[in-house]
Design a protein around this ligand. Structure first.
Ligand SMILES: NC(=O)c1ccc[n+]([C@@H]2O[C@H](COP(=O)([O-])OP(=O)(O)OC[C@H]3O[C@@H](n4cnc5c(N)ncnc54)[C@H](OP(=O)(O)O)[C@@H]3O)[C@@H](O)[C@H]2O)c1
Length: 285
């Protein structure tokens, strides 16, 4: 059995949707208290999981700037507790992390060995979670860093854009932050592979290709109009980050190098983000 920590988030729902072969059990915040090692032990012991996929996180990037304790409680302490449980019980851990652990200044894809440089509380707390895992001897674990996750579930950039495109006469979208959109279902398949094959170490998984948020918004509108999800187009203008101030600073460039997928994920080939987007727009219809 594979235990998924998190129940109502995008990745947890995508894991359930794409899974065809494994026995999965999703545990939400009402089922397990992640800040309590005793509660984790007591809750998980009866299930004897072979692997745990941690799909839970404090993901409110801007709110984390004013709630650092809550962000660190979930993104560092809870991860450390899950990792300790896994060491003690011989369970493989798959943990998901983020491009926001990097500083965004590199200008070419970040490799799994590039140094940390998070700007935001969210990025720093996710880095601390990674370090809690990497600091444990004898832990069987895989950290999958990803970026710009979206799906038909929950709140994400695609759903926000579709709502704004219905409500507003025009939109300005940031064009000087560059990254890779990632379908939660594609990420879920990589997580299931890592869980069932005990993949070790740090890896990057995103959809193929690169975009700015502006490129992504334009593609969302085009696909949604083509597929009848939107009845009309509105003008979309590129704007600089400086025109849209947010509490948390985001990396300007956070494309992730995915070359370890070839050797460690059986040659898994990410699909281009525009193709994954078309699938999600179909699912939203
Ligand atoms: N979304 C992105 O763009 C993005 C980008 C890069 C990396 N990631 C990483 O990808 C992973 C999955 O992200 P996601 O987009 O699926 O996140 P999400 O939709 O925000 O879901 C987060 C999950 O964490 C759960 N959670 C929050 N506080 C909890 C607590 N105290 N105890 C137990 N569960 C709790 C939430 O449960 P409730 O629904 O009950 O609150 C929810 O199921 C995370 O590790 C995230 O850092 C995401």
């Amino acid at each position: 059995m594979i235990i998924v920590i998190g129940k109502s988030g995008q990745l947890a729902k995508a894991l359930v949707a794409v899974n065809t072969t494994h026995q999965l059990l999703c545990l939400g915040r009402d089922d397990i208290e992640l800040t309590s090692p005793d509660n984790i032990q007591a809750t998980l012991l009866s299930y004897h999981p072979s692997a745990i996929i941690n799909a839970s996180a404090y993901t409110a990037v801007d709110k984390a700037e004013s709630e650092p304790e809550q962000a660190y409680a979930l993104n560092e302490l809870s991860v450390a507790n899950l990792a300790e449980y896994c060491v003690a019980n011989g369970v493989h851990l798959v943990h998901v992390s983020t491009d926001y652990v990097f500083d965004g200044q590199k200008g070419s894809p970040y490799t799994v060995d590039d140094i940390y440089g998070p700007h935001s509380v969210y990025g720093k707390s996710k880095m601390a979670g990674e370090q809690a895992i990497l600091g444990l001897d004898k832990l069987s674990a895989c950290i999958i860093r990803t970026s710009w996750v979206y799906s038909e579930y929950g709140q994400n950039f695609v759903k926000t854009m579709l709502r704004l495109m219905q409500e507003k006469p025009q939109l300005g979208v940031i064009d000087d932050q560059i990254g890779s959109p990632t379908s939660a279902k594609a990420l879920a398949r990589a997580c299931l592979y890592a869980a069932s094959n005990s993949v070790q170490g740090v890896h990057h998984f995103t959809d193929a290709g690169v975009a700015s948020w502006y490129d992504f918004a334009v593609a969302i509108q085009q696909a949604a109009v083509e597929k009848g999800l939107l009845t009309k187009s509105i003008p979309i203008s590129p704007i600089p980050t400086s025109a849209y101030p947010t509490p948390a600073k985001r990396p300007a460039y956070s494309v992730l190098d995915k070359s370890t997928l070839q050797s460690q994920f059986n040659g898994l080939q990410p699909v281009h983000w525009q193709q994954e987007l078309a699938t999600v727009i179909d699912e939203l219809k």
